[in-house]
Design a protein around this ligand. Structure first.
Ligand code: NDP
Length: 687
């Protein structure tokens, strides 16, 4: 497909349930390699208060009616549907300057993030509409007043203002946790590459998977949208620090304490360890990683390595190794399969990066590459936004300013020498907070010192060495399960991080009251709440019949010395505290021989289990097991088993049931407490 003959289109916004074009022709968007027009963008005429109202009222209400699992299943269906259409996205992605490998990160990386949230959401969140945060906090001795933190979705919209470098991933990585939380989104892609986001949103809308109003798209200016946000809305921003700070201090955002998550400039560092001399595996890995980070997406990655910090005596070899790789990187139009690095997103961006390189040159010298004269294997060297990789060297980084302050958002990095670990730490910290740093070393002492001292300045730290090399996801890849964001200059925001990212779109509330009231609010049974001891054994009840609070109180069972000895010999656990009276007495915790903790758990199961085939399909684990008081020969055990949480699966004929299991002795003193986890059928014929 020859993209230079593609007919430019007028992009449309998807608002209030329909596609609308701006009333003006708008700005032209050009192919990054050829300068040919790809699209026009304009949002004039859109009423942004209507957009907000539509999202809040229509989308929010519909999403909040669904459970976490139902929302997760939507994300899964959407991910699979988009994967089917990926070829369309790849074809258009070349216009942004992305090579196939770059597009993979953007398109399949984004879809993969949806799928990851879909599966983590079903594994880690309950199939309900309220999320509990942490354990119950007991506030009274008699269990009559307790507290539970809960999380509920914000009632507004999430406005996602995205950067131009990842038109698909940038949208999807924010959309997945937002939808999972039950909050509708308004996507505002950066104009320069909005045509690819628009294409993907068309594909999303065509699937009909999301309820009306859950997703709106603004192609072009957001007009007065941000003037009308309120405390239930949330704004996330990825882009330049200058724009981010301006938007963050907007009148409505400040006045209404609107949550504002910002991800801005980041002068990410990579540190080569003192042990990683030329010739070691770590040195080779480091060279490869720095060159890769400089050239992937032509260095237009918020996580790219901008500062390369290496022991002074290794820097000559390092510069030579990098120069060798960088000068061999073929730069050109990404539709050409032999091209390894595409152009920057636009001529404006290239001008911007050239200007920032000039800034860096006040402290550093270029040691590889020529920013002013692009060498390309294809594409238009004049109208395309090409820039070969540029490596700089700063000999006195401790005394320098620009190399720690100026982000050249392109294939540009600066090598800086250090002599001691202290110096390396100081240099990294001069970046004033970053999304990520990496440390390449095989020395456990060095890595401990570096990582613990660097962590407060970073959202992520990657350790590279020979052991992890094969499976490492690399310095620059944000992953759905890991936190993405950083303090200080990086914007102070946090995204992703698995379910942490979902909670950013929810309000945490401490709810205090009598346990039965907390059960009514949360659907979870709390100690002290009403329980139901009547009727059949709770293991005879299917999910259709079982209720939170259904409880079994067992008969009691004595524990004899013969039981302890039998268990010890049978299992091989002949630890002295169970076998040797004298030795056990000498132990500060015991007053003679005690029963094994696992014997208590086993006897408890023997007491509470209902043996016949029934709706309880399996016991898949226990959580939070604690032995609270020793059990001596002659003690008698009794169990109180209470249905604590019921979690039917949206896409299966069973669900998980969590039982509160309290084991007491003959004096009603708790000796063990834990949660028993079971799979229970939704229906059971004979139940
Ligand atoms: P901007 O900060 O100008 O734009 C980022 C986003 O904000 C875009 O979607 C932009 O839309 C939007 N925006 C700009 N002004 C407003 C406004 N008044 N109201 C609402 N939205 C607004 O960054 P650029 O994309 O131009 O990139 C410039 C620099 O930012 C890069 O050179 C790089 O240094 C840095 N950057 C950092 C990134 C990171 O992840 N850390 C990612 C990308 C860029 P529109 O495009 O329509 O103006």
């Amino acid at each position: 497909m020859n993209i230079s003959v593609r007919q430019p289109r007028r992009l449309e916004s998807y608002v209030c349930g329909g596609w609308v074009a701006g009333s003006k022709e708008g700005n032209v968007l050009l192919d990054a390699s050829t300068g040919a027009p790809v699209a026009f963008i304009d949002s004039t005429g859109i009423d942004f208060t209507d957009v907000l109202t539509y999202g809040r009222e229509k989308g929010g209400a519909a999403l909040r009616r669904l459970s976490f699992h139902e929302r997760a299943l939507m994300l899964k269906a959407l991910g699979l549907a988009l994967m089917e259409k990926k070829d369309k996205f790849y074809a258009l992605s070349t216009a942004t300057g992305a090579t196939k490998a770059d597009s993979w990160i953007d398109i399949e990386g984004g879809i993969g993030t949806l799928l990851s949230y879909a599966s983590k959401g079903r594994r880690e969140l309950p199939n309900s509409r309220v999320l509990l945060d942490g354990d119950v906090e007991g506030l009274s001795k008699d269990n009559s007043f307790s507290a539970q933190h809960i999380l509920t979705p914000l009632l507004g919209v999430a406005i996602h203002i995205n950067a131009y470098n990842f038109p698909c991933w940038g949208m999807l990585e924010k959309l997945a946790p937002t939808i999972l939380a039950g909050v509708p989104a308004i996507i505002k892609p950066a104009s320069q590459t909005a045509y690819l986001t628009e294409l993907m949103v068309r594909a999303i809308v065509e699937t009909g998977i999301f309820p009306d109003g859950s997703l709106q798209l603004i192609c072009g200016s957001t007009g007065d949208l941000l003037d009308h946000v309120d405390s239930q809305d949330i704004v996330t921003f990825t882009g330049s620090a200058a724009t981010g700070q301006r938007l963050k201090t907007g009148k409505a955002i400040v006045a209404n304490s609107v949550r504002f998550t910002m991800e801005a400039d980041s002068l990410n560092a990579a540190v080569l360890g003192l042990d990683a001399a030329p010739g070691t595996e770590e040195f080779e890995l480091f060279v490869k990683e720095v060159a890769r980070e400089m050239t992937v997406k032509a260095g237009q990655k918020c996580t790219a390595i901008r500062r390369v910090i290496a022991p002074r005596s290794y820097t000559d070899a390092l510069v030579a190794g990098l120069r060798d790789r960088l000068t061999k990187t073929s730069v050109g139009n990404p539709i050409d399969e032999g091209v390894r690095m595409g152009p920057l997103a636009s001529l404006d961006q290239r001008d911007e990066v050239r200007a920032r390189i000039r800034d860096l040159m006040t402290d550093a010298e270029i040691v590889s590459g020529d920013p002013e004269n692009p060498l390309v294997v294809s594409g238009d060297a004049t109208d395309g936004a090409f820039l070969n990789p540029v490596l700089l060297y700063c000999d006195k980084p401790a005394a320098a300013g620009t190399v720690h302050d100026v982000e050249a958002f392109g294939p540009v990095s600066t090598v800086m020498p250090y002599d001691t670990a202290d110096e390396a730490v100081d240099l990294v910290r001069r970046g004033k907070g970053s999304l990520v740093s990496s440390v390449f070393t095989n020395d456990a002492d060095f890595v401990q010192e570096m990582v613990l001292r660097l962590a407060p300045y970073h959202g992520r730290v990657m350790i590279g060495n020979r052991v992890s090399a094969k499976s490492s996801t690399g310095h620059g890849s944000p992953l759905p399960g890991l936190v993405h964001g950083g303090p200080g200059r990086a914007g102070g925001g946090e995204e992703l991080g698995g379910m942490r990212g979902v909670k950013h779109y929810m309000q945490r509330t401490a709810v205090q009251g009598a346990p039965s009231m907390l059960t009514a609010v949360t659907g979870k049974w709390f100690p002290g709440a009403a329980a139901n001891n009547d009727g059949p054994h709770p293991f005879r009840k299917s999910l259709a019949e079982l209720k939170v609070g259904d409880q079994l109180i067992t008969a009691s069972r004595a524990v004899g010395l013969d039981d302890i000895e039998h268990f010890a010999n049978f299992t091989g656990d002949t630890f002295y505290a169970h076998m040797d009276e004298e030795a056990a007495k000498a132990n500060p915790f015991f007053d003679g021989r005690v029963a094994h903790g696992y014997l208590i758990v086993s006897f408890a199961a023997g007491l509470f289990v209902d043996p016949a085939p029934g709706p309880v399909l399996a016991n898949y684990g226990v959580d939070n097991l604690r032995f609270l008081k020793p059990v001596n020969p002659g003690d008698a055990l009794k169990v109180q088993l209470t249905c604590k949480e019921i979690n039917p699966r949206a896409s299966a004929e069973h669900g998980e049931v969590r039982w509160d299991c309290l084991v007491t002795n003959q004096n009603a003193e708790p000796v063990a407490q834990y949660d028993v986890l079971t799979m229970v059928a939704k229906t059971w014929p004979s139940a």
